[in-house]
Design a protein around this ligand. Sequence first.
Ligand SMILES: Nc1ncnc2c1ncn2[C@@H]1O[C@H](COP(=O)(O)OP(=O)(O)OP(=O)(O)O)[C@@H](O)[C@H]1O
Ligand SMILES: [Mg+2]
Length: 278
Amino acid sequence: MQSIAVVNQKGGVGKTTITLGIAEAATASGLRVLVVDLDPQANASSGLGIWNGSPSIDDVMAEPRAGSAIEAIRPSRWPEQKPRPDLIPGSHLLANREPLLAADPVGAQDRLKLALAGVTHDLVLIDCPPSLGLLSINGLFAAERAIIVTEPAAWAADGVDLMHNTVERVSGRLGTPKLAGIVVNRVGRTRDNRYWCEQLQERFGSLLLPQIQLRAAVAEASGQSTTLRALGKRPGAAEAAGQFDALWTELDNRQGRGQSTQHHDRMTESPTATTIES
Ligand SMILES: Nc1ncnc2c1ncn2[C@@H]1O[C@H](COP(=O)(O)OP(=O)(O)OP(=O)(O)O)[C@@H](O)[C@H]1O
Ligand SMILES: [Mg+2]
């Protein structure tokens, strides 16, 4: 089983979108995928066609018991794609769970890890909330790898540094998660976007994964609780699906190689690092 936490304490950068895009790509490649919606906003659940799912991740987090997540796993409602990814539904109740977790002197950080014991899916994707709080920390403790999602915008690199530091602090204690890389999402064709892409490239080099462009079809797919493949001939849908396939392929390739969580040497340019579109 592979497990990946999708993180950034910054809101609205595309964590949920990237989670769903990777879920689609990995499922299409034949893997059994489980999405864990660890965000009280529960956007990943709506994107997968599930509202107010019960039992939810809040029920799972309420109970410090090995394997408690298994009872909360249900199939998503994505059309066409067979098999569909599975989901542990999010819940707005999770917002109240965080302070309760903090009161647990033993299991505050690894409750999700304990709950996921015995899950047999090929790939578990954990969509984390936009915070550095205990929910995201539980996501990091439960995952073998983490990816940081960001945008080509001002201060993005500082936000990535902060998250990278948190990933390193967790992995310094636990040995995991390894940083699988950084995804620059919502890449447009403006000069400003290009400038910030170059800044991220210079700062993070080989840590950068294949990027995802800004496309209406990407927002439409999750807004309509469907897949890019199901959008069919909608302009941009096939291209976006291809970008998520490339992202998943690279993540899968890096799995075997074992990534460093250290900052890269600025002089090193990986052949797999994304190049800026001209
Ligand atoms: N590549 C893209 N092209 C077009 N729209 C996108 C793209 N990526 C994300 N969006 C849109 O941007 C908005 C924010 O994305 P998303 O919800 O995935 O971010 P998030 O980081 O999960 O947010 P939060 O921090 O609130 O959980 C959504 O409306 C989504 O549809
Ligand atoms: Mg989200």
